[in-house]
Design a binder for this molecule. Structure first.
Ligand code: GLN
Length: 288
């Protein structure tokens, strides 16, 4: 005879029968409502509107199993963007893989500042250092069709993702170069250099929460400033007179980044806040 306990155990192995049950199971596993819905939408290839109108529909068993597997990975902390393979940034849909940092809304602060400095009606030259998924470079290129945008990354894996994003968005005019920070830009000058480099201190207590993302995109030395220092020290040699360098940094690094910029010869140094609001970007003008 099958006991109630056996039956309950057997049931828990069985995938949920309806969409509503799958969503309920995801909530019980600790997911928030939106993540649960977005996983189901991705597996079923349906919109959220459709999903909400069909929650009593039966799930095909392969779909139920696929949803359950993604729910388990999300519950273990894997970012939704990696599970679904994409992330929205500045109105663009970007493919992301574990080779790249997941673009953050905070970084739109940097893009907005860059766009305020770039002319819409004539050509200009922009470089994005440590482009990752290509988020910043592609957002700028999409908003400034006359800009000549160069994006640099040390990681070949990241460059493959960024090039794929450029092609998918029809932004093939963005040029991608492999190398460390300004090294591949020898002999070249730009009107604007932007970067969201790694800026978290090694040993920072927030790092375990970011463990699925590439460490090389997150940490920079004992104080988190080693890459920012290198970029600031060398960028002036690559910026036209009256051009700008804009840098994203940690919420508590604005003063130090401002000091680095002034010490390197930049003027008009100022800081912009993200939606937090935290001081998130600091930049200056290269007097030439
Ligand atoms: N802003 C990201 C975070 O703290 C880190 C991005 C970076 O290091 N450039 O989650």
């Amino acid at each position: 005879m099958v006991s109630d306990a056996d039956q309950a155990a057997a049931m828990s192995q069985m995938p949920p029968a309806t969409i509503a049950q799958a969503l309920q199971h995801a909530r019980e596993a600790g997911l928030d409502r939106l993540d649960a819905q977005l996983i189901a939408c991705a597996v079923l290839d349906r919109s959220r509107t459709w999903l909400l109108a069909h929650d009593t529909d039966a799930l095909a068993e392969p779909d139920a199993r696929r949803i359950a597997a993604l729910v388990a990975r999300r519950a273990a902390g894997e970012p939704l963007a990696y599970l679904l393979g994409d992330q929205a940034f500045f109105g663009l849909n970007l493919r992301v893989t574990p080779d790249v940092l997941i673009p953050r809304p905070d970084t739109e602060t940097l893009v907005n500042w860059a766009l305020a400095l770039l002319p819409a009606d004539r050509p200009c030259r922009v470089a994005d250092l440590g482009t990752g998924s290509g988020a910043i470079a592609l957002a700028i290129a999409s908003q400034r069709p006359l800009a000549e945008v160069t994006a640099v990354d040390l990681s070949e894996g990241a460059l493959a993702v960024a090039r794929g994003n450029a092609a998918a968005l029809g932004l093939d005019r963005v040029r991608f170069l492999a190398g460390s920070w300004l090294t591949p830009l020898a002999g070249q000058r730009f009107d604007l250099i932007v970067s969201n480099p790694p800026y978290i201190a090694e040993g920072d207590p927030h790092l375990p929460a970011l463990r699925f993302e590439p460490t090389s995109a997150l940490t920079a030395g004992a104080d988190g400033l080693s890459d920012l220092r290198e970029i600031v020290a060398r960028a002036g040699g690559h910026i036209h007179g009256n051009g700008h360098l804009l840098l994203e940094h940690g919420y508590n690094q604005a003063d130090e980044v401002g000091q680095l910029l002034r010490a390197a010869g930049f003027t008009d140094v100022s800081t912009r806040f993200d939606l937090g609001p935290q001081p998130r970007c600091t930049g200056g003008r290269w007097p030439g």
